[in-house]
Design a protein around this ligand. Structure first.
Ligand code: BGC
Length: 463
């Protein structure tokens, strides 16, 4: 990951980013594992539909609350401390779920996991962003999203492997304990964020760390820039969040998070087999086929996007990916509307559209909805602001997941996908007018631009 400037990224920074990204792996694993596990625990506990919904949504509710309420903790106690706490929560939540003897305990275990997922979903990108040199920050932060996609595929594989075993669901839910423990042990050896250290007045520790992870010539310059941008420590709270100069950052942070969900990603991630069944794949093997294809394409295109985030920039990927998502959604809407006339072709075209949609998401809103918020908020309230913006992501994740089947019934698949297509057009307009490219620019420069009132689209530019 060397680049043309004098700051090649050190191996240590890559190790730090990879360990922190285990939080992403657990996010993917614990959200993905439930679809397979529920087929079995519903029998063990003889659950009705409402109880199943409670188990499934416990994670999303926990993630919403976890992300919403923990931001000030990330600013006060630091990103690393929070990652240590959630590693423990991941381990505890997995064990409670695996050993649950009643549905209430199961819901409790999944809620604990949700809290950990919600906190980790923004603290891991934030921590990696603050430790990365600007030239490769896009790829390093997005290792977290790559880990999310790998976690989803891993969960499908584990579900498949334990499907025939006695009490298989307990293993499916319990195995998350392993990455949780690795995350905990790994984080014990990792440093605190240099930017957070400066913000808490621990200048010497920050300097020592930067000397270890940067080329010597850059350390003083970087420390001075962080110090300069850290003049707001007396206002480390909601007041600063509502300052006029912070509003563009809030618009970007909230907008990109909400659009990541309302453009329908989890209708495909959670319901791909259902959609393909409606399209005409009736065999039981279709469910497996759909999940394998969707999961693999998601991983592969995320890998494809990683180097491009820092080479092409965030905007071209967002715009290209969104165009692909929009076209696929409108096509799905059209195809379901004309189902009768070409039924046998439809199912293949539907599968192809889903694949194109996932590929578009994986190069755009997938990684960038986590990357941008980790870059644009001012240091003094970075944790708080990102936590609130990310809680919207979880809220809309929940709303879309809960309403999809009802939408299919009321609007028909054709109307439903056309609706998501229209929302993707809005996302495209939003990105075009309001999203800056933050490629290669330091976090401090972005903050300086915000304070200087630079127009929103140019917040990522050097003076
Ligand atoms: C989203 C999740 C989604 C996953 C799929 C994440 O960035 O936040 O809602 O399931 O990507 O890869």
């Amino acid at each position: 990951m060397n680049n043309k400037s004098s700051t090649p990224v050190t191996g240590f920074v890559i190790v730090i980013a990879s360990i922190a990204a285990l939080a992403g792996l657990l996010f993917g694993y614990d959200t993905g594992v439930i679809s397979g596990a529920l087929l079995f625990f519903r029998k063990t506990f003889a659950l009705n539909a409402t109880q199943i919904e409670c188990v499934v949504s416990a994670v999303l509710a926990g993630a919403f609350l976890g992300s919403l309420t923990s931001g000030h903790l990330a600013d006060r106690y630091g990103r690393r401390s929070l990652l240590l706490v959630i590693a423990l929560l991941f381990a505890i939540g997995s064990l409670v779920s695996a050993y649950s003897t009643t549905v209430l305990i199961l819901i409790g275990g999944r809620f604990i996991l949700g809290l950990a997922i919600g906190v980790g979903s923004y603290v891991a990108p934030l921590y990696i962003s603050e430790i990365s040199p600007p030239e490769v920050r896009g790829a390093l932060v997005s290792l977290n999203q790559l880990a999310v996609t790998l976690g989803i595929v891993l969960s499908y594989a584990i579900d498949y492997a334990f499907a025939d075993k006695v009490n298989g669901w307990r293993y499916m839910l319990g195995l998350g304990v392993i990455p949780g423990i690795i995350l905990f042990i790994g984080m014990m050896f990792l440093p605190r964020s240099p930017r957070w250290l400066v913000s808490r007045g621990k200048l010497e520790e920050a300097k020592k760390l930067l000397k270890k992870i940067r080329q010597k010539t850059r350390v003083t310059q970087e420390i001075n820039a962080i110090l300069e941008s850290n003049q707001y420590e007396s206002q480390r709270n909601w007041h600063l969040l509502l300052k006029k100069w912070v509003l563009p950052a809030l618009l970007i942070g909230f907008g990109i998070n909400i659009f990541q969900q309302i453009t329908g990603i989890n209708t495909i991630i959670y319901y791909a087999p259902t959609i393909l069944k409606i399209a005409g794949f009736h065999q039981a093997s279709t469910a497996i086929l759909a999940t394998v294809i969707v999961g693999t394409v998601n991983v592969l295109f995320t890998i494809f996007a990683l180097p491009l985030l820092d080479r092409w920039g965030r905007r071209p990927l967002l715009i290209g990916g969104l165009i692909c998502m929009t076209a696929s959604l409108f096509y799905l809407g059209f195809a379901f509307g004309h189902q009768a006339s070409h039924a046998s072709l439809l199912k293949w075209l539907a599968l192809l559209s889903m694949v194109a949609y996932i590929a578009g998401f994986a190069v755009s809103l997938g990684p960038i909805a986590w990357l941008l918020p980790a870059e644009i908020f001012p240091l003094a309230i970075r944790g708080l602001a990102m936590s609130v913006a990310v809680s919207c992501n979880w809220l809309f994740n929940f709303l879309v997941a809960m309403s999809f089947l009802t939408l299919i019934q009321t609007l028909h698949p054709s109307g439903t996908f056309t609706l998501f297509g229209a929302l993707s057009v809005l996302a495209l307009i939003f990105v075009y007018f309001f999203v800056p490219d933050t490629k290669g620019v330091s976090l401090e420069q972005i903050e300086e631009n915000l304070k200087a009132g630079v127009p929103i689209r140019r917040l990522g530019e050097q003076p």
